[in-house]
Design a protein around this ligand. Structure first.
Ligand code: HEM
Ligand code: HEM
Length: 236
């Protein structure tokens, strides 16, 4: 495998090694937090805080791996010398990437409600802006087609939005019953989307050819599932 192939493996590997274990721990502690509050189960008083701490790390990790995926997809689509849009577009996209990262750090640090809302929206806008680039593969942009609902991209950016909501509204989830209920509904949906991401991500990993295979596979008709016959081997 060449360097570019390893770069494409980075996002799935980080998802499997860091994000999915965090999802498991966060869900377990979330369920315990609820049984402690509702059923008065005998669990440590730190359960709720541990859940929220791990949840915050989960939200940051999900944004992180999505930024890695988008950067790799955009930067390695073609030869670095023939980047579509030239240096000015490359610099603009780099600025958006840095801005998104800075917003995420700011979201983690700020306390005031208005700042948390603004930085959560800015981080999400950065992800959507990078995701809207033509280099990023999306199965379909039409919500009335089946492909849209099995798109790794759309479920990915949706789950990022849900994670940013929980991270941004952490103090309110703790204090206000209405937001706690909203958080539980949003997180059930997030858990379904994470499962979907595991399935569609593995499917995509199987479909994306290695860099040395791309020139040959580019000549294939993917909808008819046919490739040109391989060149004849020279006679011995
Ligand atoms: C898949 C991810 C998640 C699931 C399934 C989940 C689930 C839950 C559940 C079931 C509760 C208990 C609600 C209740 O007492 O009725 C809870 C509470 C809470 N969650 Fe999450 N959550 C997730 C992610 C997050 C994230 C990313 C954050 C962000 C910081 C977060 C912050 C909180 C907070 C602050 C509470 C209140 C804790 C307390 O009462 O002490 N959660 N969550
Ligand atoms: C936390 C769950 C995940 C989220 C939120 C997520 C999100 C995304 C997003 C937004 C993209 C860029 C759009 C695209 O190229 O389709 C992407 C790319 C990709 N994802 Fe995921 N993903 C997750 C988990 C996984 C898993 C578990 C796998 C495979 C085992 C995977 C495999 C891929 C592959 C192969 C790509 C193409 C780009 C690359 O490899 O860098 N993803 N993902």
């Amino acid at each position: 495998m060449s360097t570019v192939d390893w770069l494409w493996v980075l996002h799935p590997a980080l998802a499997v090694v860091i994000v999915y274990p965090l999802i498991g721990m966060t869900i377990r502690l979330g369920v315990q937090t609820r049984s402690r509050r509702v059923d008065k189960a005998k669990l440590p008083p730190t359960t709720g805080r541990d859940h929220a701490d791990l949840g915050s790390w989960l939200a940051v990790a999900v944004v992180g791996i999505v930024l890695v995926a988008l950067t790799v997809v955009i930067a390695t689509k073609g030869d670095p010398g023939s980047f579509q849009g030239g240096t000015s577009r490359a610099l603009t996209l780099l600025l958006v990437l840095i801005g998104t990262f800075v917003s995420l750090v700011a979201l983690w640090r700020v306390k005031a409600k208005a700042y948390r809302l603004s930085f959560a929206l800015l981080t999400w806008a950065g992800i959507l802006g990078l995701g809207a680039q033509p280099e990023v593969f999306r199965l379909s942009d039409n919500p009335f087609s089946a492909e849209f609902w099995t798109s790794h991209y759309w479920a990915g950016v949706a789950v990022v939005g849900l994670m940013l909501f929980s991270l941004g509204a952490r103090p309110e989830i703790l204090r206000e019953p209405r937001l706690r209920r909203l958080h539980v509904s949003a997180s059930v949906l997030a858990a379904v989307l994470f499962t979907l991401q595991g399935i569609t991500g593995s499917r995509d990993l199987l479909t994306i050819p290695l860099s040395w295979q791309k020139p040959f596979l580019g000549a294939c008709n993917w909808s008819e599932q046919r490739c040109p016959p391989p060149p004849q081997a020279p006679a011995p």
